[in-house]
Ligand binder design. Structure first.
Ligand code: GDP
Ligand code: MN
Length: 387
């Protein structure tokens, strides 16, 4: 799960990490008051779940309350396009107004979960070449990014902070601040089950203070059940509406760009089905895993999600009936199609317990359904139905 910069900064502040003072201007008229209270130059920042806002025009500076209001008004509601949003961009619904800082140097600092074999731990990554071109640095000068793996049983050690400080060429006072920041970031990362924590830039101000000017914080969805206060930070406006509906129905769904809607039980089978559609020359409209049980209720919910995507022109159902028998799956499908009033052509591939009975029920149902035996055959039939 992703959250906004202003929410992430609140969490950082709670953990003792220095961030600029600021507030979200909601309603927009608040921008003037916030700027007046901060006194001096301010930064106005679009809040969307994507980075690259600076280059896309989503970060502006202002010197007076009136200027702040004008900048906030121009950013709010804009369709912000950055290298992370895709060509359609994202609509800006919230604007953060913060005190501006005089920046001497921009560092990069992040914590990620390194899943590679032999590591499988939280990894600090840092660079003295932080700021808006960090992707460029990673691509062309990877030696400028230093790494430090944290052993889960030992935790983050002072010597690791010193190693990173030396790599960042910090002076002893900055090194002290940096060690404290790292220690607190690691605590936050672990306690809140984060999957990614990035500060870019971590500024060294003109006064020699380290300050988190921008931050991105993602959480492991599987850990959210134990953090109600984090779940509350979810902003459904930033998420794909069908993915929100799918989450509410406990269906694993990811929207894609193609036109063949897929309904599959099991993530591995769902991935395979998408690959086979590609091999047969088609494009999947989604990844959808109805889960191991695939009850009639789940199937109906999944149908509603698939059919509310206007780009879906054909539906491919690939279910392996194990504990759940194929005849039950067919009964569920027939009922769901009737309830949803589905009119799209459908290819169904069933395999497993009571498969013959399941297929017979579908053939005799009077539905617009093509029954397939094999995996690849099912994909080919779906592609040919699109024409
Ligand atoms: P991003 O482009 O989405 O990563 O947004 P950032 O919050 O990182 O802002 C983009 C850039 O604006 C940063 O890399 C900084 O160079 C600059 N910036 C942001 N806040 C401040 C500030 O308070 N003072 C100064 N001088 N620059 C800032
Ligand atoms: Mn940034």
């Amino acid at each position: 799960m992703k959250i906004h910069e202003y929410q992430a900064k609140k969490l950082l502040r709670d953990y003792g990490i220095p961030v600029p003072r600021g507030e979200v201007a909601a309603p927009l008229e608040e921008a003037r008051r916030i700027a007046a209270e901060l006194a001096g130059q301010v930064v106005i920042k679009a809040q969307i779940h994507a980075g690259g806002r600076g280059k896309g025009g989503g970060v502006k500076k202002a010197l007076s309350p009136d200027e702040t209001y004008a900048a906030a008004r121009s950013i709010l509601g804009m369709q912000l396009v950055t290298h992370q949003t895709g060509p359609k961009g994202k609509k800006v619904r919230k604007v953060l107004v913060e005190e501006a800082s005089a920046v001497r140097k921009e560092l990069y600092l992040s914590l990620v979960v390194d899943r590679s074999r032999g590591k499988e731990c939280v990894m600090f990554m840092a660079s003295e070449a932080g700021g808006m071109d960090i992707e460029q640095v990673a691509a062309t000068a990877p030696e400028k990014i230093i790494r430090c793996a944290v052993h889960p049983a030992i935790g983050f050690s002072p010597f690791q902070a010193r190693k990173l400080s030396v790599g960042l060429k910090l002076d002893p006072e900055q090194g002290r601040q940096f060690a404290e920041i790292c220690r607190n970031l690691y605590r936050l990362f672990r306690e809140k089950d984060c999957s990614l924590l990035e500060i870019n830039p971590l500024a060294i101000t003109a006064q020699g203070r380290l300050l988190a000017l921008d931050t991105k914080l993602n959480f492991d969805d599987d850990g959210l059940y134990r953090h109600p206060e984090i779940r509350e930070l979810r902003d459904a406006d930033e998420e794909e509406p069908l993915e929100v509906a799918a989450r509410n129905a406990s269906v694993n769904y990811v929207k894609l760009d193609g036109n063949i809607g897929c309904m599959v039980n099991g993530a591995g089978l769902a991935m395979t089905t998408m690959d086979l559609i590609k091999m047969a020359g088609g494009e999947p409209a989604n990844f959808l895993d109805v889960g191991g049980s695939a009850s009639p209720e789940q199937i109906e919910k999944a149908f509603r999600i698939l059919t509310s995507d206007p780009s879906v022109k054909c539906i491919l159902i690939n279910i392996f009936g194990g504990v759940l028998r194929c005849d039950r799956v067919s009964a569920g499908l027939i009922q769901a199609v009737a309830n949803v009033e589905m009119k799209l052509p459908m290819v169904v591939r069933l395999q497993g317990t009571n498969v013959e009975e399941g297929r017979r029920m579908l053939r005799e149902s009077g539905l617009r359904v093509t029954v397939a035996d094999g995996l690849y055959e099912a994909a080919q039939k779906a592609v040919s139905l699109i024409g």
